[in-house]
Design a protein around this ligand. Structure first.
Ligand SMILES: Nc1nc2c(ncn2[C@@H]2O[C@H](COP(=O)(O)OP(=O)(O)OP(=O)(O)O)[C@@H](O)[C@H]2O)c(=O)[nH]1
Ligand SMILES: [Mg+2]
Length: 181
C-alpha cells in the first residue's frame, strides 16, 4: 500500500511583475497551470502578459512530500482571489520587485496586511530583479522587516533561477520546522 504523503500548499504573493509566475515556472515538476493573459491598462507598460486568477505548479521533495505552489495575481482588482487561495496554505513567499518605483512602500503595504501572521513562522521574503535596480540595499529591507518585530528572513532572489527559488522554498520549510531535513 502506498504511504500517505504530505501535501503542503504554499502561496507566492507580491505585486505585478515581482516574479510569482516566473518562480513557480522555475521550480515546478509539472507543466504550469496558469491563467496568463495579454495585459491591458497600466500593466501593459511593464510587461506583455499578467496572471489573472492564479498560477499553479507542483514541486516534489525527496521524501515524497508534494508541494502545491499557487501564485496569486498581482493586480489589485483580483484581491478577491486571496481568500480562496489562502485557504489551507501553510506558508507565503512574498516577492518584492526591487526595480519597481517604490519597493520599500510595497513591502510595507504587505507587512501591514500580514502583520497578524508575521510571527507564525510562515513567511519568507524574496527581493527580485535587483540586477535591474540602481539602489539595491538588502539591509534597508531587513531593517524595515525588523521594525515589525519579526524574524521573517529576507533574501535576494532571481525568480528565473531554479536553484535560487528552491532555496527560498527550503528557507520557508526550515523556518516552519527546523527539524525538517
Ligand atoms: N533581470 C531580472 N529579471 C527578472 C528577475 N526575476 C524575474 N525577472 C523577470 O521579471 C518578470 C516577472 O514577471 P512575472 O513572473 O510574470 O511576474 P508576476 O509576479 O507573475 O506578475 P503578475 O502575474 O502580472 O502579477 C519576468 O519577465 C522575469 O523574467 C531578476 O532577478 N532579474
Ligand atoms: Mg503572474
Amino acid at each position: 500500500m502506498e504511504m500517505d504523503t504530505a501535501h503542503l500548499k504554499i502561496i507566492f504573493a507580491g505585486s505585478v511583475g515581482a516574479g510569482k509566475s516566473s518562480s513557480i515556472q522555475a521550480i515546478s515538476d509539472i507543466e504550469l497551470v496558469n491563467t496568463e493573459e495579454i495585459a491591458s491598462d497600466e500593466v501593459r507598460l511593464m510587461k506583455e502578459t499578467t496572471t489573472v486568477a492564479m498560477d499553479y505548479g507542483q514541486m516534489n521533495l525527496e521524501d515524497g512530500t508534494k508541494l502545491h505552489l499557487y501564485g496569486a495575481p498581482g493586480q489589485k482588482r483580483f484581491d478577491f482571489m486571496w481568500e480562496i487561495l489562502a485557504e489551507g496554505a501553510i506558508g507565503i513567499i512574498l516577492l518584492i520587485d526591487d526595480a519597481a518605483a517604490d519597493p520599500m512602500a510595497e513591502l510595507n503595504d504587505y507587512l501591514q496586511a500580514f502583520k497578524g501572521q508575521l510571527n507564525s513562522r510562515s513567511m519568507v521574503i524574496g527581493i527580485t530583479r535587483t540586477d535591474l535596480s540602481e539602489s539595491y540595499e538588502l539591509n534597508a529591507y531587513r531593517d524595515l522587516v525588523s521594525s515589525y518585530d519579526t524574524l521573517t528572513p529576507v533574501f535576494t532572489v532571481d525568480a528565473r533561477e531554479e536553484f535560487q527559488v528552491k532555496t527560498l522554498v527550503r528557507a520557508l520549510l526550515y523556518r516552519m520546522d527546523p527539524w525538517l531535513n
